[in-house]
Ligand binder design. Structure first.
Ligand code: NAD
Length: 520
């Protein structure tokens, strides 16, 4: 039983920016945040602010001449100090009652809610999210805090076990120890906050190493943790190059677990490194690794083609295709293939691309110059592998803008059908029938999200059984997972299927201890 009175979880509502009061709130926040551009932020090692000689700058991808924030490149020593400090404070934080930890995390939610427009604005400028995408990300961060606070309370009073005669039998969950939290830039608040608070609320201490593309959002989040009363010794904010300090924190013998979300290659590298047991390490490290996707939408012959076009369009081009859940493969039945492509082309060509702080734009920039180059190079490959329907080139402007691109008649073995591009590029292929479509959809090393558009119940049931993905959607888009409703995580090379935002997620941050006491 818990003394903390808490209402059932509900998802954070989205602001409708068509309403003048919300639009004005956003415009004011954009101006306020703009006035803070270029500020320098410190490393935060268990509450101690530090500077380093090497700096990293985060840029506005809509206008790369603008510096959003200047951050420290943490050294290997900073990285080791962060792990040691988290280790030293673990006995104290793990002894704090679950209710108290949950209350702190609920305060984190409440502060972010109060500063929602401001956080939205940082996301617009530092990660290139449009207003609506930023609103979704910040709302999801609030949801994670609210949801995991409630789940932590449940873990603190688990269901009773079978009671043997003459015994009291119980199962308790203990936190693991020092967690290394490595999030990506594409949900720079939601995923970072979710991974961090999940570890903290269950009693672990953490070293948070944010992405070098979105460190200012991480610095703002660290301020919120402190303001919410999370003891400063509970966490470190360690900015710097993943490649330079990542290995130090992952391989440190006092690190107990790694919670990673990012690309397949980095995830596999971390998994391999974490499997080694350096001298003095007393446990097998636990790795939660959520990785890439090559997500497919099946469009059946029996479907409302307009609905399917909209579903594919939103899933492929929302946030410029830079979601792990983004649709990058459309598998369309032969019977409606030409009609589908014609409608998709006209809808894609109507999408506006430009600076993400301008509300009317549906698509903003891709994250950085390296991503821009890589995506454009995939587009060139795609032009050889298939037939360009629309896009296929940069869009006008100083930012890293790329037109929404559709390439049809792609073979299932083609590179753009198999490799994660992480940009606004959709490969379309033709299926002979529904079984063939499922076969093509499952022909991937990834298994994150997928969707099926069909009005045929038997086919929908078949997809439930045979479409091998962690998150399957029927007659809706394959992006936009909601905390509590769509526990999120994928199969195979998409990762460890941790199911973020679901009832099993926190189990990855604890270990069960069974206690049997003879009482008669
Ligand atoms: P990334 O793998 O390049 O980087 C992720 C994080 O790892 C960053 O913080 C980076 O600094 C860090 N890093 C890099 N090298 C490291 C090393 N050697 N040791 C430790 N840390 C290191 O990925 P990204 O570009 O930030 O994000 C995009 C990728 O994330 C895509 O592949 C996308 O599909 C995936 N993603 C997956 C999910 C999911 O839930 N499955 C969610 C969001 C994004």
């Amino acid at each position: 039983m818990t003394a903390l009175q808490i209402t059932p979880f509900v998802n954070e509502p989205y602001a409708d920016f068509a309403q003048p009061k919300h639009a004005e709130g956003m415009r004011n926040a954009l101006a306020k945040v703009r006035a803070e551009f270029g500020r320098e932020y410190d490393l935060l090692i268990a509450g101690e602010r530090r500077k380093s000689s090497a700096k990293l700058q985060s840029l506005n991808p809509s206008k790369p001449s603008e510096i959003i924030g200047v951050h420290q490149k943490g050294s290997e020593q900073d990285a080791r100090d962060a792990v040691e400090a988290a280790y030293a404070y673990f006995p104290s934080w793990s002894a704090v009652p679950a209710e108290q930890r949950a209350e702190s995390v609920l305060r984190v939610a409440s502060i972010i809610r109060q500063r929602k427009y401001e956080f939205n604005a940082w996301l617009v400028f530092e990660s290139g999210k449009t207003w609506a995408e930023a609103e979704g990300d910040v709302s999801e961060a609030i949801d994670f805090c609210e949801y995991y606070a409630r789940e932590a309370l449940k873990l603190a009073s688990p269901d009773p076990l079978v009671q043997l005669a003459g015994e009291r039998d119980e199962l308790v969950y203990l936190p693991l120890g020092v967690g290394v939290i490595i999030p990506p830039w594409n949900f720079p608040l939601a995923i970072m906050a979710g991974m961090t608070v999940a570890a903290l609320v269950t009693g672990n201490t953490v070293v948070l190493k944010p992405s070098s593309d979105t460190p200012t959002i991480a610095a703002k989040f660290a301020e919120v943790l402190l303001e919410a009363g999370i003891p400063p010794q509970c966490f470190s904010l360690l900015t710097g190059s993943g490649a330079a300090i990542g290995d130090v924190i992952v391989s440190h013998p006092k690190t107990r677990f790694i919670s990673f979300t990012g690309s397949r290659d980095v995830g596999l590298h971390i998994n391999e490194l974490a499997a080694k047991t350096p001298k003095g390490q007393r446990w097998i490290k636990r790795v939660v690794a959520e990785m890439g996707g090559k997500d497919a939408i099946i469009v059946d012959s029996e479907t409302d083609v307009d609905q399917a076009v909209l579903g594919v369009l939103n899933s492929a081009f929302g946030y410029q295709g830079q979601k792990c859940s983004a649709c990058s493969r459309a598998i369309v039945d032969d019977a409606i293939y030409d009609e589908f492509l014609a409608r998709l082309k006209s809808k894609a060509e109507a999408l506006t691309v430009g600076p993400s702080d301008e509300f009317q734009n549906y698509m903003g920039p891709v994250i950085n110059e390296r991503a821009r180059q890589s995506i454009l190079s995939y587009i060139e490959t795609g032009k050889k592998e298939g037939r360009l329907i629309t896009g296929g080139e940069p869009a006008a402007g100083e930012g890293y803008f790329i037109k929404p691109t559709v390439i049809a008649d792609i073979d299932a073995k083609a590179r753009i059908f198999q490799e994660e591009i992480f940009g606004p590029v959709l490969a379309v292929t033709k299926s002979k029938n529904f079984d063939h479509a499922l076969e093509l959809a499952n022909d991937s090393e990834y298994g994150l999200t997928g969707a099926v558009f069909t009005t045929n119940r038997t086919k929908a049931e078949k997809a439930r059984r045979q479409f091998f993905v962690g998150n399957l959607y029927i007659n809706r888009k394959c992006t936009g997972a909601m905390v509590g409703a769509h526990p999120f995580g994928g199969f195979n090379m998409s990762g460890t299927d941790s199911k973020a935002g679901g009832p099993d997620y926190l189990l990855q941050f604890v270990q069960g201890k069974s206690i049997a006491e003879k009482i008669s």
